[in-house]
Design a protein around this ligand. Structure first.
Ligand SMILES: Nc1ncnc2c1ncn2[C@@H]1O[C@H](COP(=O)(O)OP(=O)(O)O)[C@@H](O)[C@H]1O
Ligand SMILES: [Mg+2]
Length: 538
């Protein structure tokens, strides 16, 4: 894990600005540290020789004040930068997730929630403290070594040799901790995921009870243990760093002291060197102590970048008219990361305009994947989806989806009335259209003004489906959609309502592709497309 991912610098203006400001303030810090050491050494040496010191103490105070002001400004700037980078990335992530051209794996919602919440909050430590300290550690120590060298070359050699050793030690600690950090991050993510699952299935868990509680406790324990290990390592490494730098400073002190006693070195440069030597180590030591604070932020950065870096739809062509164009699936294979077997494999298949096709196959044979492909939510790993003779990948996905009505396996609802939920299909439709759509979806019994809440917990699975079907039918009734895709739409519907839906589907003037496992649906269709696991018989 690099301390600073160059991709983050490229992507985030806030980070770039912070690094720039840090360089300026770092130069200021180095200059004031050297100046104050010089002034203090001067004052002491003059007092020693009983010379006048004049206004020098005031200059020392001013220098110390300036240094404190710079440190304060740096903290303030960095804290503000951390907040703005967090906001920037949160916006970007949300925009990206909503981007209709987004391709690639859909992240787990628990993963996204963990990342957008505690994950990015780790940027307070990472961007707010660690990154500015990296800049200070790169600028201040070399400047101080040079200043020491001007006063006493031998001391500069001692510091110049031991300082890089400390840095090497820091890097070693970083390498050792890498695994630990990965594990801790995974443990945190697992806690988040598990907790989300537990909340989702609270009712089921109340029945199944204890064993889940046990599971949650174990996962929590693991996170606690991993955090404990990381902390131990942090304490140990900062102890070793302290020891190291103390020894190096002692070495400088002994060599300078002996030479002052023997008269080879004046008091003023000796004091100057002695005051500066610890300052050369201070930024690196602080970097070491911040390192453990920063690791979660670095992990979160990696996770954010992994989420943001994916393929995009590049298609720009207008969608061909589906009332005359065939849909052709030609040698289509869909593979998903981390799976050896393809999720869908079709040899050659065509759907003619106006046809009503039932897609069947055992669970996991790729039925939902096929719909997702037709929605242009993903792209085939091999082969083509053609609309007429145009590759779907070359078509503008927004224009394409405008022609499609879609009823997913678990339809989404928004908080509001049933009317509002149906009207999502077409905002300009009249109440009459909405009512007719509901009737055709076997949902004539649902009151238009009944409110449902965002979670949709107050509607049954069957009601949810019928609302979604009505929404899709509204789009068709309004002449917008020419292709209807449905994923197991009649699951959970009683026989009467199922019959209503099926007879509606039969009379629709559009192409219908329905994923089905109920014999009634298959019987209603013109044709069955049976998916086998990995191979197709069409
Ligand atoms: N995004 C994905 N990442 C990994 N595997 C996936 C993904 N989507 C689907 N799969 C896998 O592809 C196979 C087919 O899935 P799916 O199309 O949902 O099947 P069906 O709808 O026929 O039950 C399954 O083994 C499933 O686990
Ligand atoms: Mg499915």
């Amino acid at each position: 894990m690099a301390p600073l991912d160059p991709r983050l610098v490229r992507r985030s203006r806030g980070v770039r600005r912070l690094l720039g400001t840090s360089v300026l303030l770092g130069v200021g810090t180095a200059a004031t540290v050297v100046a104050v050491a010089h002034l203090v050494a001067d004052v002491v040496a003059r007092r020693f020789d009983a010379d006048a010191i004049g206004l020098l103490p005031v200059a020392v105070l001013a220098g110390l004040g300036l240094r404190a002001a710079i440190a304060w400004a740096h903290t303030a700037v960095a804290a503000r930068a951390a907040a703005s980078v967090k906001a920037e990335l949160r916006h970007e992530l949300v925009d990206d997730l909503m981007d209709p051209r987004r391709l690639g794996p859909r992240p787990s919602s628990a993963g996204v929630v963990t990342l957008l919440g505690p994950g990015l909050d780790a940027f307070d430590g990472y961007v707010g403290r660690f990154l500015p300290q990296i800049v200070l550690s790169a600028l201040v120590p070399p400047a101080i070594v040079v200043a020491i060298g001007l006063a006493d070359p031998l001391s500069a050699v001692i510091v110049g040799v031991t300082l890089p050793l400390t840095v090497v030690f820091l890097v070693l600690v970083g390498l050792v901790t890498k695994d630990r950090i990965d594990r801790r991050w995974q443990a945190l993510e697992r806690v988040g995921r598990h907790f989300a699952e537990v909340l989702d299935g609270l009712v089921v868990l109340k029945v199944l009870g204890r064993r889940q509680e046990e599971g949650l406790r174990q996962i929590g324990d693991r996170h606690r243990r991993e955090s404990g290990r990381a902390l131990r390592l942090a304490f140990l490494s900062s102890f070793v760093l302290d020891l190291f730098s103390t020894l190096a400073v002692a070495l400088v002190a002994v060599s300078v002291g002996l030479r002052v006693v023997e008269g080879h070195l004046d008091l003023a440069p000796a004091l100057f060197v002695l005051l500066l030597a610890p300052e050369a180590f201070a930024p690196v030591k602080r970097l070491g102590s911040l390192f453990h604070d920063s690791t979660e932020g670095a992990e979160a950065t990696a996770a954010v970048l992994a989420l943001l870096e994916h393929d995009r739809h590049v298609g720009t062509l207008a969608a061909p008219d589906l009332t005359t164009s065939e849909l052709v699936l030609d040698g289509v294979v869909v593979r998903h990361d981390g799976r050896s077997a393809p999720s869908l494999a079709l040899s050659h298949h065509r759907v003619r305009p106006g046809e009503f096709v039932a897609v069947t196959g055992e669970s996991g044979s790729g039925k939902s994947t096929m719909l997702s492909l037709l929605m242009a939510f993903e792209r085939p790993s091999a082969g083509y989806v053609l609309v007429g003779d145009v590759d779907l990948a070359a078509i503008d996905p927004v224009a394409w989806r405008d022609q499609v009505a879609w009823v997913p396996q678990v339809p989404g609802l928004v908080g509001g009335t049933i009317e509002q939920n149906v009207r999502l299909g077409d905002a300009d439709s009249s109440v009459g259209d909405v009512l007719a759509a509901l009737r055709d979806a076997g949902a004539g019994d649902l009151a238009l003004d009944r409110t449902i809440d965002e979670s949709g917990d107050d509607v049954s699975a069957g009601e949810r489906r019928r609302i979604a079907i009505a929404r899709a039918l509204l789009r068709i009734r309004r002449g917008r959609a020419r292709l209807l895709l449905l994923d197991e739409p009649t699951a959970g519907l009683d026989a009467g309502r199922e019959a209503t839906v099926l007879s509606t589907l039969r009379t629709l003037p559009v192409t219908v592709v329905v994923v089905a496992h109920r014999p009634e649906t298959i019987a209603a269709a013109d044709r069955e497309l049976r998916l086998a696991r990995r191979l197709v018989t069409a």
